[in-house]
Design a protein around this ligand. Structure first.
Ligand SMILES: Nc1ncnc2c1ncn2[C@@H]1O[C@H](COP(=O)(O)OP(=O)(O)OP(=O)(O)O)[C@@H](O)[C@H]1O
Ligand SMILES: Nc1ncnc2c1ncn2[C@@H]1O[C@H](COP(=O)(O)OP(=O)(O)OP(=O)(O)O)[C@@H](O)[C@H]1O
Length: 602
């Protein structure tokens, strides 16, 4: 259904191709997961399928991409719209109407479907994605996750034969992500829809994949692991990876396109070329069986890391697979001391008790929607708090209120002794910094280098401070690129670095791991732990349960604007399967939450 023949793309002004050569076939009725590190070229490759690359983005496309027999170089996106539905990384950029219901109907209207059919599908989709209550709402007033659901719904209603999805669950709460993936699986199984999807949170999606397209040349795994000192702490680093590498290379050596979805099939057997910035593509991408390719992938979910640590062969892809094999590991762990209650930084007694912000009975009404109700919270220096809860629960609203973007409707907010909405921004900057859900909102300059210089100057930091932070979080972010052209993960790394340059005593991060691969996430964890030990208070609004398990001392769960749980991380995350990290689900009732903790205990 989708065929890539010797495909590569060079962006205008780039000194080399955006990804390794892709030569692969994805049969009808399969879900193919596109896997690769941040900046590996996943979005670019997806763009070639919908015709966005090169028609909208410029750049040079080599080779041939066909969808349902149509060449995407000679067919404009509009001429592919009846076959391909696309959800990009930034739903706001793609909305064409103002309200939820209109947006769901828009694609069908353009295709001229009968009104009765449109009506029925809009209703079905509103139910399927839990959007019924929001049907009349202006899209601009929705939370990030609510918008992402609308974007997904709007491509489902025309029933395209091919769906191209770029991180479709990145802003979704864990139960919503499961619901969306179940819907996609039903389309694949019952209607024969073909899905090509990029996603960083492999723990959410890999068990649904019929095959994996790995956008990292052979040998990349070894290089990635050996990269830098920060990588020492990355789960699974070390020599074990090479032991399983053989099984997957066998899988990728056959050519052709199987239709069964079982076993490895595909192409990519040509000898790997050295990676690097030259004009030649960096090796060849591989397509095949998910387990075989994840064994050699530079990015792998915790369940695979745990499987490798325990020596399981084949490696498990789902919690269920892993639980079946976990008896021996549980016995080995049974007499080991439980991990320390706070999984992150060591407490420093000097800073521990000092509150840096106080929220007291905060209420906030926005356009008649109660976004927050009677929320009380004290944030202490040196502590990391995770804010969790379903899409629309009020997490972003709370963070935005702490930086003065909203005036409380009731109650009080105080940050560093100031009332945020009455404090001048330049003054407030010295007390609190926010990395917003959409990092683009922070970026104004023409190049990465200029953003960094401005950040250093604004924060009175030594020249080079911001740039060093960017490189530490995500090596390889180019200096001269316009922030608009960065990959999602690169843009986030830049926005984070800008805020961190000012070293605010209270650091707020709204969904800080969207677009970040596991290695970048591990580096972020190290950096934030370091800041917590130095006495910064950190609040993360996130749906990433694995990040929470690694980092947070405390978890606060919001539901419909109210606090419904507030306690130590291990207690809160294990009390509900929706918030439990993979390791905890596999080893429950034992207390381990992360692969790192298990490795240390063994
Ligand atoms: N229009 C452009 N001009 C120049 N370079 C670009 C452009 N678009 C993307 N790039 C570069 O191409 C590379 C691949 O970007 P892409 O967005 O495809 O990666 P990705 O795998 O989707 O990353 P992420 O996981 O972070 O979303 C990056 O280095 C990015 O900076
Ligand atoms: N401008 C607005 N007008 C009306 N309601 C709004 C507006 N902005 C947000 N809301 C509503 O306030 C509630 C809280 O939104 P908020 O963005 O804080 O949620 P969230 O917990 O961060 O969600 P997500 O996980 O999806 O990012 C939601 O019901 C949202 O639809």
């Amino acid at each position: 259904m989708i065929t890539f023949e010797q495909v590569s793309v060079v962006h205008d002004g780039a000194d080399g191709p955006a990804f390794p050569v892709v030569d692969a076939h994805i049969p009808e009725g399969e879900l193919c997961l596109l896997v690769g590190p941040s900046g590996a070229g996943k979005s670019t490759l997806l763009g070639t399928v919908a015709g966005l690359v090169p028609h909208f983005t410029g750049g040079t496309l080599r080779g041939r991409v066909t969808v349902a027999g149509r060449d995407t170089r000679t067919h404009k996106p509009r001429e592919l719209a009846d076959v391909v539905g696309t959800v990009g990384q930034d739903p706001l950029a793609h909305f064409v109407t103002d309200t939820v219901e209109d947006e769901l109907a828009y694609g069908m209207e353009s295709l001229g479907l009968p009104p009765g059919t449109m009506r029925r599908r809009v209703e079905e989709t509103l139910d399927l994605l839990g959007l019924n209550e929001l049907r009349d709402r202006p899209i601009a007033s929705l939370s990030g996750g609510q918008q992402q659901r609308v974007a997904i719904g709007s491509v489902l209603t025309p029933h395209p034969r091919v769906l191209v999805l770029d991180e479709p669950t990145s802003a979704l709460d864990p139960p919503a992500a499961e619901e969306v993936l179940a819907v996609l699986q039903r389309l694949v199984h019952d209607l024969g829809t073909t899905v090509l999807m990029a996603e960083h949170r492999l723990e959410r999606v890999v068990q649904y994949a019929d095959r994996v397209l790995l956008l990292a040349p052979e040998g990349e795994r070894g290089r990635d692991r050996a990269a830098g000192p920060a990588d020492a702490d990355i789960p699974g680093s070390g020599a074990a990876g090479s032991a399983t590498a053989g099984s997957a290379t066998t899988g990728s050596a056959t050519t052709g396109s199987g239709t069964s979805g079982s076993g490895a099939s595909g192409s990519g057997a040509t000898a790997p070329e050295p990676a690097g910035g030259g004009a030649e593509p960096r090796g060849t991408a591989r397509i095949g069986d998910p387990a075989a390719l994840l064994a050699v992938s530079p990015v792998r979910p915790p369940v695979v890391e745990l499987g490798e640590l325990a020596g399981w062969d084949p490696l498990p892809l789902s919690v269920r697979d892993a639980r079946r094999r976990a008896d021996t590991l549980r016995r080995r762990l049974a007499d080991r001391p439980a991990p320390a209650a706070a999984p992150a930084a060591a407490d420093s007694p000097a800073t521990e008790a000092r509150p840096v912000a106080e929220v007291s009975r905060l209420g906030l009404v926005r356009d008649r929607v109660t976004a927050l109700h009677e929320v009380s919270l004290t944030l202490h220096a040196g502590r990391t708090t995770a804010l969790m809860g379903r899409n629309g629960a009020g997490k972003s609203t709370l963070l935005n209120t702490l930086v003065g973007m909203h005036r409380p409707s009731s109650g009080q907010v105080s940050v560093g002794g100031r009332t945020p909405h009455r404090t001048r921004p330049a003054e407030l900057l010295r007390h609190v910094g926010l990395v917003p859900q959409e990092p683009r909102d922070l970026l104004y300059a023409e190049t990465v280098a200029r953003e960094c210089r401005t950040a250093d100057a604004d924060a009175d930091a030594a020249p080079g401070t911001c740039r060093a932070l960017v490189s530490r979080l995500l090596p390889g972010v180019p200096d001269s690129t316009h922030p608009r052209d960065l990959s999602e993960g690169q843009r986030l790394a830049l926005a984070l670095s800008i805020v961190l340059t000012a070293r605010p005593p209270l650091l707020l991060l709204d969904e800080p791991t969207r677009g970040l691969d596991y290695a970048a996430k591990s580096r972020l964890v190290l950096l934030l732990r370091e800041l917590a030990t130095q006495g910064h208070a950190i609040v993360l609004a996130t749906h990433d349960v694995e990040l929470v398990a690694e980092l947070a001392h405390r978890v606060v769960v919001l539901a419909q604007g109210e606090t419904v749980a507030d306690g130590p991380t291990d207690e809160v995350v294990t009390s509900s399967p929706a918030y439990a990290p993979q390791v905890s689900k596999i080893l429950a009732p034992q207390p381990w939450l992360t692969v790192g903790q298990v490795r240390e205990a063994l």
